[in-house]
Design a protein around this ligand. Structure first.
Ligand SMILES: [Cu+2]
Length: 143
């Protein structure tokens, strides 16, 4: 800081002394002193994905419906299903790759959550065991 100030002072001095005839104010490099400390919270990482939710995505479980019923996430994203309904539900991959619990005692009670981290790209259709018949199905697309 002190060295910088001295340098600026010297510059000012040189400019002032050299150009005695013309007193133009060229405002010597004020930008050099601003290295712009990066902001604390990583507000906008240069993510290639247009998806606003980066690392975690939440799907709500409502009245026999997943909200939203289709999501697209990037590889590595953890998706959390939040049973915001009064009924019990499950999150059961059609191919069995993930499952919140197939036995009724393990079904998600109201207020419970289930999370799964998608490590591989692909399309993952899933359903709710007790409500699949009435259309409680969803899809996670991992890119
Ligand atoms: Cu259900």
């Amino acid at each position: 800081m002190i060295a910088l100030a001295l340098a600026v002072a010297l510059l000012l001095g040189c400019t002032g002394g050299g150009q005695t005839g013309q007193s133009s104010a060229p405002t010597p490099l004020p930008k050099a002193a601003a290295p712009t400390v990066p902001p604390g919270p990583a507000a906008q990482p240069p993510a290639p994905s247009p998806s606003p939710a980066a690392a975690t995505t939440v799907v709500r479980m409502g009245d026999a419906v997943f909200i939203p019923d289709q999501i697209t996430v990037t590889v590595g994203t953890t998706v959390t299903w939040d049973n915001a309904d009064l009924s019990t539900h499950t999150v059961t991959a059609d191919d069995g790759s993930f499952d919140s619990g197939t036995e009724p005692p393990k079904w998600l009670q109201s207020g419970q959550k289930y999370s799964f981290a998608f490590a591989k790209a692909g399309t993952y259709p899933y359903h709710c065991i007790p409500h699949q018949q009435i259309g409680m199905v969803g899809t996670v697309v991992v890119q």
